[in-house]
Write a protein that binds this ligand. Structure first.
Ligand SMILES: *[C@@H]1O[C@H](CO)[C@@H](O)[C@H](O)[C@H]1NC(C)=O
Length: 524
């Protein structure tokens, strides 16, 4: 109980501490709810390689990683990465060893439709995913399939990509082919992974391909198209496939928790605004009762647009018909969440952001607490209570939807002894269980990610894997980190024992130590 009190700041926490059954101690063994599903997540461009094989077309990430000078920190590409296009059986044996219930992976649009359009279907591409899905099912692992994880066909990009409303229809055509050819076996679909990262990072900034960097304009056009693309695919499934295929379909949103930096009303409002701009922009149209963008977001962007001399809001309106099309189109709330940031308002910082821009529209300053444990990624700190608050907020705002955690993980240094990742995973799972205890309907958890892979602009410099990869070896050898053994035991027992130490791992650790000593000797 003291632990909770010490790290909590507002009414949610006070409630939690006061609740009769809410107290826990760090040494308690805690159980997951009946039917809770465990998995791991990956995405196509990050793991597949085989970028020029068997008729695959080029995506914006193939183009980005081959741009000169390279925008990737280590100048690397996803041409080969962990070579899952050839080594998917290795992936399945790792999944089997972990004992996961499901495997979340994404399909490369251009492997199926090389130019993005559905007039030509590349049968070799379909064959690959058929093999993968069939082998997963043979091994008792449920495929959880993302249709779009950022690798937009380059041909569609040339036509404006997600800023072109016609892309909505092309995405529906692509989805139709996936339902038709894979939907007899795939029972969990994610339409789009992380709209904010697509729209804000890819179109509103230069953090992700296609680096459009038109903040305050492009991300809002993209948001509307991505939401409509998602919603239309949902309706397609509902109308043409659901009765027969009996699956479920949703979207995966990435959400941070934004914590007010102080107790002032201003900082509270700044945090609320940041949440609404960061993920409410996508969640509210789908999951709220009334639909549409959050009122605060519409008002802020409208007022600023007028002030800046635009004839209309830079956030294109949703018509009544569009609001109705988008509302209610997700069977579950797919949530990717990694971290928390502090939020405050500071009028003296007016003009700190370019005009127009998303950050200027948001009007909140973001910072962090240096005392929170840091990962190897500058944006990622361990703040489990923030995760719990986020889950409670989603429960409150959207009437307790079923939530699937579809990505949560930590980047560590090289090496197999990843105590920091283990601590992060345990503390986030404890936060998840606390949220369940307080009434949240959380049904699944997927760790990000199975093995080290291509981390977008960070290349191979950030390691998120439960398995370490030797990228210099021809067969991309994978070795379980200590966290893999911990996760395996959580999955096996459906329990979280904070004191569990894997016996098997210690043997491996001995080998690891000997190797390091030998290395030392060679140097001496
Ligand atoms: C993106 O836009 C920002 C702000 O306008 C600017 O500072 C930055 O240099 C731009 N990046 C690129 C790659 O053009």
């Amino acid at each position: 109980m003291c632990i909770v009190q010490a790290i909590c700041r507002d009414t949610f926490c006070l409630l939690f501490v006061a609740s009769k059954n809410g107290a826990w101690s760090k040494s308690d063994i805690r159980s997951f709810p009946k039917g809770f599903m465990f998995g791991v997540s990956t995405s196509a461009y990050q793991i597949e390689g085989g970028c020029y094989e068997d008729g695959k077309g080029l995506s914006i990430w193939d183009i980005a990683s081959h741009t000169k000078p390279s925008p990737i920190d280590d100048g690397s590409t996803g041409d080969i990465t962990v070579d899952s296009y050839h080594l998917y059986k290795r992936d399945i044996s790792m999944l089997k060893d972990l004992g996961v219930d499901f495997y979340r992976f994404s399909i490369s649009w251009t492997r199926i439709l090389p130019n993005g359009f559905s007039n030509y279907v590349n049968s070799a591409g379909l064959r690959y995913y058929n093999h993968l899905i069939n082998d997963l099912l043979k091994n008792g692992i449920t495929p959880f399939v993302t249709m779009y994880h950022w690798d937009l066909p380059y041909e569609l990009h040339k036509l404006g990509g997600w800023t072109n409303p016609v892309t909505v229809d092309w995405f529906v055509d692509y989805a139709n082919i996936l339902f038709e050819s894979l939907g007899d076996r795939v029972k969990f679909w994610i339409t789009i992974n992380e709209p904010k990262e697509i729209c804000h990072e890819g179109y509103g900034s230069d953090m992700k391909a296609p680096f459009l960097n038109m903040s305050g304009i492009a991300e809002y056009i993209c948001a509307k198209n991505v939401l409509l693309a998602h919603a239309k695919v949902y309706h397609l499934y509902d109308e043409e496939y659901r009765t027969q295929q009996q699956g479920s379909i949703g979207i995966a949103l990435n959400a941070k928790w934004f914590e007010p930096a102080s107790d002032t009303i201003d900082d509270h409002q700044a945090a609320i605004d940041a949440r609404q701009f960061d993920w409410g922009l996508y969640a509210h149209p789908i999951f709220s009762k009334e639909g549409d963008y959050p009122t605060q977001v519409k008002n802020n962007v409208y007022a600023k647009s007028v002030e800046q001399g635009y004839a209309q809001s830079r956030l294109p309106e949703l018509s009544a018909a569009e609001i109705a099309i988008i509302r209610g189109t997700s069977d579950f709330f797919g949530l990717n969440s990694f971290t928390t940031v502090l939020t405050y308002r500071d009028a003296s910082l007016d003009g700190m952001f370019p005009v127009p821009s998303f950050r200027d529209d948001m009007g909140a300053v973001l910072t962090n607490d240096p005392s929170w444990p840091r990962s190897h990624s500058p944006w990622l700190q361990e703040v489990p209570w923030g995760f719990r608050k986020l889950l409670l907020e989603i429960n409150k705002l959207y009437d307790n939807p079923p939530v699937y955690i579809l990505a949560n993980g930590w980047s560590s240094k090289r090496g197999l002894l990843d105590e920091d990742r283990i601590q992060y995973m345990r503390n986030y799972l404890i936060a998840l269980l606390d949220a369940v205890k307080l009434g949240c309907n959380i049904k699944a958890y997927a760790a990000w990610t199975l093995m080290d892979s291509f981390e977008w602009l960070r290349g191979y410099t950030e390691k998120f894997g439960l398995y370490e990869v030797d990228f210099h070896s021809p067969d991309k050898t994978t070795t379980p980190r200590k966290s893999a053994f911990i996760y395996k035991e959580i999955i096996r027992s459906k329990k979280l024992d904070p004191n569990y130490e894997p016996e098997q791992y210690y043997e491996e650790k001995e080998i690891y130590r000997k190797e390091s000593q030998e290395e030392g000797r060679v140097k001496n």
